[in-house]
Structures are given as C-alpha cells and as structure tokens.
Design a protein around this ligand. Structure first.
Ligand SMILES: Nc1ncnc2c1ncn2[C@@H]1O[C@H](COP(=O)(O)OP(=O)(O)OP(=O)(O)O)[C@@H](O)[C@H]1O
Ligand SMILES: [Mg+2]
Length: 451
C-alpha cells in the first residue's frame, strides 16, 4: 500500500447563486482542505475549481476577489478593533467609500457585535423611554410596529424619517440627542477615517465602550468567531466559504448567524454559501444541499430530504435491552416470545430472518459475533415482519435497527416489540423517522471506524 494520504479526491459540486451548500464529515474528512484549495492557500495536485467563472489555477486573483472566507482558526489582526477590521475588508472588497460605514454597521448589528454584553432589545427600548430621539434602526420593522401603537407625546414622532443606523454605543455611553446626532453624522458625512477611528478616540477609556470598538485580540472566542464570519460576508462576495462558522457561538448568536445568512444581504441576494458544520441541526436549517465527506471523498450529495430517503429512508427502531441471563438459549427465548404467533412462524422459516440478518448486519458494520443472543433473537423477529430491516448499532443493552420505508406493516412491528418480553426483556423501545445524524453516522462514521 501507499503511505500518502490524499486529503481530497474527486469532489464535483456546483453551488448555485443563492444556495447554501453544506460540507459534513468527521474530523479529518477533508473539509478544510477543500476550502484551502478554493482560496488558493494550497495548490491541488490535480483538478480545478471556478469561483464565479474564474479558475483558481488560471485567475486566482479574480477568483479570490469574489470569495469571502471564514477560516476554521480565526486569523484576525488582534490590535485592530472589530469596526476597523471590517472597514478594512470592506474597502479591500471594493465597497464604495460612502457605503463602507453603513455596510459595516449592518453586519456588526446583525451579528451582535455592536452591543457589548447587554441585551440589544432592552437597550433600544430604554432609548425610546428616555426620549433619545431618532433611534431608528435600519430595517427596524419592530419600531414601525411600536410607532403605530405609541401614545401621543411619545418620542415616536422624532423617529420617523431619520432612517439611519443608530450606534448603540451612543445609547450606552452618551446621553440623549447629542450622541445620536453624532452617530447619524458619522454615517452620512464621515469619510476616510471612518467611524472606527473617530469612535475609538471619542470613547477611549469610556465605560460604555462596545465590543466593536475594542481591539479584537481581546475578544471572547465567540466574538472572534462572529467577527471572522463578518469578515467573510462584508462587501457581499459572490461566494462565502465558512469553515465551522458557528463553533463556539452561544445558541442566540448561532440563530443570529443563521438569520444573517438567510437575510437579504447573503442568500436572498443570490450569493452562494458553502459551510462546514458538525451540527446536523444547523445543516438542516441552512443547507439546501449537502455533501457528506469521508477520507477526502464525497460519500453522497443531495438535499437533506433526498439523503434521508436515499440513505436513511424509513424508520429507526431503537430498543433498550435488559442483558440476557447467562444460560439463555435461542430456543428458550423464542419460546417465551410465542405470543405473537404470526411473527414467530415467519422468523423460523427460511424466507425472512436467516437470509436477511447476517448480510444486513455485515453491511452496516455491526459484528454479528458481538451481538447478544437476545438481541439476535429480537432482530430475527423484527426481520420476520420487516425483511429489509438492518442492524445499525448493537451492544449488550442497546439495539438500533433501520427499517426501510414501506417494507413492512408498522402494526406488525409494534406487535413484535410488544411481545418481546421473554427472558430477554426489552426495557423500552422507540420508533422514529430517520434523522440526518443517522445518515451521517452510516456514511461518515462507519467509514472512519473502518479506517
Ligand atoms: N498541513 C498539513 N499537512 C499534512 N496533512 C494535513 C495538513 N492539513 C491537513 N492534513 C490532513 O488532511 C486531512 C484532512 O484534513 P482537514 O483539515 O481538511 O479535515 P477537516 O474535514 O477539516 O476536519 P475537522 O472537522 O477536524 O476540521 C487529514 O487527514 C489531515 O491530517
Ligand atoms: Mg476543518
């Protein structure tokens, strides 16, 4: 054999505009390597890729210009503030000078980097209560709703028409109208140095400093992750490559990331996203299609629904078993289960069990020899009513069996399970639809175990 490990081989994917494509795989499957090749960080031995039509081999600069990249390990200039970093990348991506600040503010706000550690909503509301006029947030539909309901004499009137992004820093640090005016000015007339420099000077030593105005080297892990994600998205690149963007984010921040991606500036604007994640939930929430990778190769590519029905279609039967008594024999346990006579008869005939079980178990990587006699007995009974049933996982106390769709009557299956109360007892069992995780374990986990 050869000692060379090929981190990536033969991956063919076309990501459409507005599509979020997921790369799943166990550690070392080759996800980050894929991204490193697409960004030109490492050269492929063979093959090519195109970013918005530009070949990474022939026109890397053009390809890179259309790429946003959030690496798995953040590489941020630690002595720059979040605002400064984003403004810099916005300019590098060719955002028009007049759009740099608004672009940056929107991202800071969406990802929750502009608010320090206080809850955003609460602060906004407090701003209104205190009569800080013109605190209208861009896209702030909630304010419109509030305005409609607000009683006469409230500051609502002052808010209409302002239409700029109010720096939350002002609500936090400064008092009332003056600060808000400054913020408004910064967006509409400030040039060159940007809000970052100005804001930093003004706020130096101020207790109201927000995280967007602190050196990002001092950020918490989650904030660094948010900033790295913002860097990948700023300037609206045609394609964003996000390598585990949500790792380390708290649940709220993760939702904010999802809605940022699904929002009007990224997927809805027709930008493509390729992301890696170890969260099945995230992939189901975001990805139209995904690939499950193992050892540098895509094991499958398709929509979540397609993968579920193609590779995990049907149901998953999970049973908790009470360990069998040492003297328990096959004959004994079968006899005890005789209540379900129909299932009992077929289990012993050569049509179902004997043929279906061993091959299915081998195919799923389950070692027949390790299987407890009770589990084996139970599987035979299940196989009798569901000929296509496959053992996915099995140990002394737990049995997981995949039941193909339309392969059997669920009523029969329930009957078998209810009757399984001989010397080997089923403590509990559950029948559920296959999850993406089941598909993943089968296609990615099995491979790594075999390695
Ligand atoms: N610089 C390197 N030198 C040698 N081998 C490497 C290097 N970087 C990665 N590899 C190998 O390439 C394979 C794929 O690694 P890669 O980082 O792409 O995995 P991954 O899918 O991103 O994993 P994870 O989920 O842990 O991030 C692994 O076998 C890894 O050991
Ligand atoms: Mg990786």
């Amino acid at each position: 054999g050869e000692d060379v490990v090929r981190a990536l081989k033969g991956l063919w994917v076309h990501v459409m505009p507005g599509e979020c494509f997921g790369l799943l795989g166990v550690n070392g499957a080759g996800k980050s390597t894929t991204f490193k090749i697409l960004t030109g960080e490492i050269l492929p031995d063979a093959g090519d890729a195109r970013i918005a039509g530009h070949s990474i081999l022939l026109a890397l600069q053009q390809a890179r210009q259309r790429l946003g990249y959030c690496p798995q390990a953040d590489a941020l200039p630690g002595d720059m503030t979040g605002r400064e970093v984003l403004s810099m990348y916005a300019r590098l991506r060719g955002v028009h000078e007049s759009r740099v600040n608004p672009t940056v503010e929107v991202l800071l706000q969406q990802l929750g980097l502009d608010v320090g550690h206080k809850p955003k909503q609460w602060k906004r509301v407090r701003g209104i209560m205190h009569g800080a006029a013109a605190a209208v947030h861009k896209g702030g539909d909630w304010l419109g709703r509030l305005r409609g309901r607000s009683p006469a004499g409230s500051p609502a009137g002052g808010m209409s028409g302002a239409g700029h992004v109010a720096g939350t820093e002002d609500e936090e640090g400064g008092m009332g109208g003056r600060a808000v005016t400054e913020s408004g000015g910064s967006l509409h007339s400030n040039r060159g140095a940007g809000t970052a420099g100005r804001g930093k000077g003004r706020k130096k030593g101020n207790a109201g400093l927000t995280s967007a105005d602190t050196a990002c080297g001092n950020y918490s892990g989650g904030s660094r992750r948010k900033l790295a994600l913002a860097v990948a998205l700023v300037g609206e690149p045609r394609v964003a490559l996000l390598d585990e963007p949500s790792t380390g984010l708290d649940p709220g921040a993760r939702r904010a990331m999802w809605s940022t991606l699904q929002g009007p500036h990224v997927l809805k604007a027709g930008r493509g996203v390729v992301l890696t994640s170890h969260s099945m939930e995230e992939c189901e929430a975001l990805c139209g299609r995904l690939a499950i990778m193992a050892q540098g190769q895509a094991r499958c590519i398709g929509s979540v629904q397609h993968l579920k029905s193609r590779f995990g279609g049907g149901y998953m039967l999970e049973a908790r078993l009470l360990p069998s008594p040492p003297s328990g024999s096959d004959a004994g346990s079968r006899g005890a289960r005789g209540t379900s006579s129909g299932a009992h008869d077929t289990a012993n005939s050569d049509a179902g069990g004997p043929e279906g079980l061993p091959s299915a178990a081998a195919a799923a990587g389950a070692d027949d020899a390790l299987m407890d006699a009770c589990a084996r007995d139970l599987v035979q009974h299940v196989n009798a009513v569901c000929p296509g049933a496959r053992v996915v996982e099995c140990d002394v106390t737990r049995l997981e069996v995949a039941i193909p769709r339309d392969s059997c009557s669920l009523a029969d299956l329930f009957e078998v399970m209810e009757a399984a109360s001989g010397p080997c007892q089923v403590a509990s069992y559950a029948l559920s639809q296959c999850t993406l995780e089941h598909v993943f374990v089968r296609l990615a986990g099995g491979e790594s175990a075999a390695k």
